[in-house]
Design a protein around this ligand. Sequence first.
Ligand code: HEC
Ligand code: HEC
Ligand code: HEC
Ligand code: HEC
Length: 447
Amino acid sequence: MLNARRLFCLALAGIALAWMVAAGQAVADDAPLPQNDKVMHLGVASCASSTCHGAVTSFTQSTVLLNEYVTWVRKDKHAKAYEVLLNDESKRIARNLGLKNAHEADLCLDCHADNVPAAQRGPSFQLSEGVGCEACHGGSEKWLSSHAVGPPHAENISLGLYPTDDPVARAELCLSCHFGNKDKFVTHRIMGAGHPRMSFELDTFTQIQPAHFVIDEDYRKRKQVSDGVQLWAVGQAVAARELLAALTDPKRNRDGMFPELVLFDCHACHSSMSKVDWRPTSTGNRTPGMPHVNGASLLMLRIVADAVEPARGKAMAGKIRALHKAASQGMPQMVSAARDLRVLTDELVQKFASHNFDADAMQAILGGLIKTGLEGEYADYAAAEQVAMAMDSIIAAMVDAQMVSDAKARKLQTALDAVYNAVDREDSYSSWRFNKALKGMQGAIAS
Ligand code: HEC
Ligand code: HEC
Ligand code: HEC
Ligand code: HEC
């Protein structure tokens, strides 16, 4: 559907019908991340004119909102990601790491800006725009002028638009900065220098990011849509895969004489010495006096697998146990157990990407999250935090699908608030208090 405003936008951009010639099959899974694509990034200004994506209010006759720029610049923290590199906190981190400054260090810019090589920056590209449109949507050199006439989504993708609607590709994109990947990583050294701890969950963070797109009927015709539970499950599977990739990567799994500590549960070391309450867990993730791998995403993945594919869930449980055991034995043992687990995790990523999480699956996952907690598995803060975000995603999906009455939805929301309260403060987290909140949730579900 074309309209006057879009045509004007096109006139400005110069109508190019390259997409008609360059038609090709979309290869979502193989798409390089925007930071690694080999095309020109033209900068936010090239998307932001008032006739393109810079309208002040949304424009109802268009298939897209056209006020994406205004939402991003006014509300989205990504627009401030470069600016934070100039603040006192970043100055301190840079000083502690012996960097000249943070805002010129690739180490920081790789996640706080669209840090493509200089030769790939167009004339109006500004590094100071932070995590701009092309840091997520890909360099626009080949699709900028054609995408607005409305070629099929697959054709835009074949011209280098990153497939942000594909759940696996989206998870890989967000996690590349919110967890790190082989090219960029917040190590324990960087955290020790003052970088905040990172936590991420795809569906919750998709909800928190100020929305610059709407999923309406027209969107559903053009693109892939993943409901909240699928986005959550795929996000967990990809997060688990990224964790295992880091554990098997010799560049990231060690630092000096120590393993890379950022891959371990922070509170295994960062807790008061008067707190002596070591207990074994049924998943065998703990050995007395040893730090343990932060297995929160693995645990979540096992719970989803248990609910939708019990056989793989069981296999997963065994392999997670083996990984934790191996991590207490030595680096080669740990790497080999992590490799083994990765095969199964890869299968689950593929499986969840096309799985339909129906009402039964949602109930089973919610039940699994509670049961696992009551068995004593959420001794780690990081696991409890993931559980709170998981319940949020599932309850929101149940409400959206009108699986529960309004009265029950209110009860579930109250119970969810209590779950969030129990992970409110990381330093005083108590699994006893968390489990009390889980019992409250169990009551709300049964009501
Ligand atoms: C692997 C990606 C990555 C790297 C590398 C990285 N950061 Fe970050 N940084 C993030 C993410 C993601 C957040 C937001 C965390 C959140 O809110 O969940 C963040 C948050 C921050 C914050 C807090 C921002 C706020 O709004 O309070 C500061 C300050 C910061 N980073 C500075 C730095 C500095 C300085 C460097 C370089 C030494 C650096 N970062 C390297 C990804 C990264
Ligand atoms: C942090 C990542 C991120 C940034 C930064 C970002 N986007 Fe998006 N954008 C997304 C995601 C995720 C979607 C939803 C998936 C999809 O539709 O492909 C989306 C969707 C869109 C859509 C599609 C709406 C539809 O109906 O098809 C447009 C248009 C868009 N973004 C424009 C922009 C513009 C313009 C900017 C910069 C001002 C921007 N985005 C910045 C992640 C981002
Ligand atoms: C190029 C790196 C990069 C990518 C890709 C990226 N982010 Fe971010 N994100 C950041 C940084 C850096 C911050 C912190 C910015 C700040 O605090 O100023 C951040 C902050 C956020 C926040 C705000 C968190 C808070 O504490 O308020 C949300 C939500 C978020 N990102 C969601 C996403 C989602 C969803 C995706 C994928 C669609 C994504 N991000 C992709 C780098 C990235
Ligand atoms: C195996 C033990 C261990 C694990 C696991 C661990 N740390 Fe540390 N951490 C240390 C040690 C040791 C120091 C250095 C203390 C010193 O400077 O004397 C430290 C220092 C720090 C500091 C600087 C504290 C200061 O005094 O300024 C921060 C922040 C930090 N760690 C965060 C984390 C986070 C976040 C995690 C989890 C992602 C984590 N650590 C996991 C052992 C650990």
